[in-house]
Design a protein around this ligand. Structure first.
Ligand SMILES: Cc1ncc(C[n+]2csc(CCOP(=O)(O)OP(=O)(O)O)c2C)c(N)n1
Ligand SMILES: [Mg+2]
Length: 601
């Protein structure tokens, strides 16, 4: 039987190894759905909102390194994809988006859902084209997939509804089009920097006494163990950007945890005190936590040459893949005897963990978020894929101890709320045999609550852990610490997530006290299917207590003076035993905070 445009696109995607598609049907894309129906090798995952179809595909790509597809109808469906596609573009995840358009001969006539999808999605993608019929389908699909793969970003094809079902006989091949002129042959793409640049980077690092390494998203997938060997040779602590959390495990002897607001005191100290700086695959926006320009001699490894020197005035740029570059750099490094710099950083790292454990043990109700992260660190199974969300939950999620073999990601640079659950869907679809945990806030989960039903529908045994603090918690701290304003517009009326989850077909548990968390988590992990654990936590435990800058505590005091309703509990929590010693920002304002902690308003 003659093939349709949609058949040709689906078969070409399968030819490229793209065998999973997340999405929602619609009148402008139903011709494509007929090809999905007749090609069961393409696994179709029906989600509840197109934004999360795109984000599930981003999650799939971030954890597997290979692309999935997402599909949406014209107009509202295509527009819903936008946020997820931008997330993929900004964080470097290959995705193949397919949308429907209105009839080929009604485009631009104010017809139903007549949106120029190709133009609208163009800025979110590295490739965005209309498919004009069967004669066009294969070559343009090949271009789209190559663009997504080799520029590590979403590519988009939009097909008019009637064109989707046109058969090869119904199309005419133009005079200049040579049928079969493209191929679906992928190639490994390993980028290696120039030899003399590697030599210069080694000389630079060999000349420094106290080196700090920063690992970002580019240090994932195979570069981590080499990075630990480089750290060992240099006696250098490894700090991690949010997207580099799984580059090396949190319990690696060289790791000092995250940097930035969601980071550790240890990483901050290592940044403030180094004279050499090696950046591996990171362009995190939190570079105000890096060494000051001029403080350290620096080298940077990045596959994207245009990212080198973007955040720090590096002397040597190594434009290449982290794994291949580190393998060439390592033998040129002078092995150090002196380990004192890394040892001091590790002491601080241990103290920081100790503070987390002390906060976790606080019997107050509502419990501290650390009660959840510490219990989760204890019970989380080997090989887990953990997904994080935007909010104070980014900070708490980064405090889950990731062991070797586990993976983590979140919407790092777009920082979109509601990303953890669709990322977890993408991860669980990719790896049916691995535990997957979505770590979410109550605001973020409220955005994507429909995707709980997706878990039930596809029997995806994801464990959703929601920190319920009845507030858009991060914004409270940001309105205070950045602007000196009392919180406004942050309260959330309580949602009973246990009932919502049960209503969607999940098992659900609630923990309201420190002593209940471990049991609730254990029961969720033991459940053979999707489960949710609602943890009711203190909104006023500081998510950046150890990294907050003195000037920011000053702004917070201004907000307290102007009537911030959480002033007393926030101050008391900032002054928790052990915290001022680890936080110059808090230490500097101890006296004023103590007055607010006693209830001065
Ligand atoms: C889609 C989107 N809207 C708004 C924001 C701004 N924002 C960042 S964090 C946050 C609050 C998140 O609240 P919640 O999910 O409850 O987590 P919490 O901070 O309470 O831990 C908001 C509104 C965002 N990052 N993404
Ligand atoms: Mg919240």
């Amino acid at each position: 039987m003659s093939k349709t445009t949609s058949d040709l696109v689906v078969e070409r995607l399968l030819g490229w190894g793209i065998d999973t598609c997340f999405g929602i049907c619609g009148d402008a894309v139903n011709g494509f759905f007929e090809s999905l129906r007749t090609h069961p090798e393409m696994r179709f995952v029906h989600v509840r909102h197109e934004e999360y179809a795109a984000m599930a595909a981003v999650g799939f790509a971030k954890f597997t390194g290979r692309p999935a597809a997402c599909v949406a109808t014209s107009g509202p469906g295509a527009l819903h994809l936008m946020n997820g596609l931008y997330d993929g573009k900004i964080d470097g995840a290959p995705v193949l988006a397919v949308t429907g358009m209105t009839y080929h001969d009604l485009v631009g006539t104010h017809f139903l859902q007549d949106i120029d999808n190709d133009k609208v999605l163009e800025p979110a993608c590295v490739f965005s084209e209309r498919v004009m019929g069967p004669a066009h389908a294969v070559a343009v699909t090949d271009r789209a997939v190559r663009a997504a793969l080799y520029r590590r970003a979403p590519a988009h094809l939009t097909i008019p509804i009637d064109t989707q079902s046109w058969t090869e006989e119904q199309d005419t091949v133009s005079e200049k089009n040579v049928p079969g002129h493209t191929s679906a042959v992928g190639q490994r793409h390993v980028q290696i920097p120039a030899e003399d640049d590697i030599q210069r980077a080694a000389e630079l690092l060999n000349s420094c006494a106290k080196i700090t390494i920063l690992a970002g998203a580019g240090a994932r997938f195979g570069a981590g163990e080499l990075l630990e060997q480089v750290a060992e040779a240099l006696g250098a602590p490894i700090a991690k950007a949010g997207l580099g959390k799984d580059a090396v495990p949190d319990d690696s002897p060289w790791c000092t945890g995250g940097i930035g607001f969601i980071g550790t005191r240890a990483s901050q100290w290592a940044m403030e005190n180094c004279d050499g700086f090696l950046i591996v695959g990171s362009s995190t926006p939190f570079y105000d936590f890096w060494p000051k320009p001029g403080q350290a001699r620096a080298a940077q490894i990045d596959v994207a040459g245009d990212r080198i020197g973007m955040r720090y005035p590096v002397e040597v740029g190594l434009c290449g893949d982290a794994e291949a570059t580190l393998a060439r750099l390592l033998p040129l490094l002078r092995v150090r005897e002196d380990r004192s710099f890394a040892e001091r950083a590790r002491e601080l790292y241990d103290q920081w963990w100790e503070l987390q454990r002390q906060r976790a043990a606080d019997p107050a109700v509502p419990m501290k978020p650390q009660a959840v992260t510490c219990a989760l660190s204890d019970v989380i199974p080997d090989g887990t894929i953990l997904t994080g969300d935007a909010g104070t939950v980014s900070s708490w999620g980064s405090r889950v101890m990731l062991r070797r073999g586990m993976q983590f990601s979140f919407s790092g640079t777009l920082c979109s709320m509601g990303s953890a659950l669709p990322y977890a869907i993408g991860a669980q679809v990719a790896y049916s045999d691995r535990p997957v945990v979505a770590f979410v806030g109550d605001g973020g989960l409220a955005m994507c609550m429909g995707e709980l039903a997706t878990l039930a529908q596809h029997r995806l045994p994801v464990k959703v852990i929601v920190l319920r603090n009845d507030t858009l918690g991060l914004e409270v701290w940001e309105q205070n610490a950045y602007l000196g304003n009392p919180q406004y517009g942050c309260d959330l009326s309580p949602v009973d997530f246990v009932k919502v989850a049960e209503g969607c077909g999940l098992a659900a548990f609630r923990a309201e006290e420190t002593g209940q968390v471990r049991d609730a988590l254990t029961r969720a992990f033991a459940h053979d299917g999707p489960a949710l654990v609602e943890c009711v936590v203190d909104p006023y435990e500081p998510p950046f207590g150890e990294t907050v800058k003195p000037a920011q505590v000053g702004k917070m005091l201004q907000a307290y003076e102007r009537g911030e309703k959480g002033a007393a509990p926030m101050s008391a929590n900032l002054l928790a035993p052990g915290r001022p010693a680890l936080s110059p920002g808090v230490d500097q304002h101890k006296g004023d905070l103590a007055r607010y902690a006693r209830g001065k308003g």
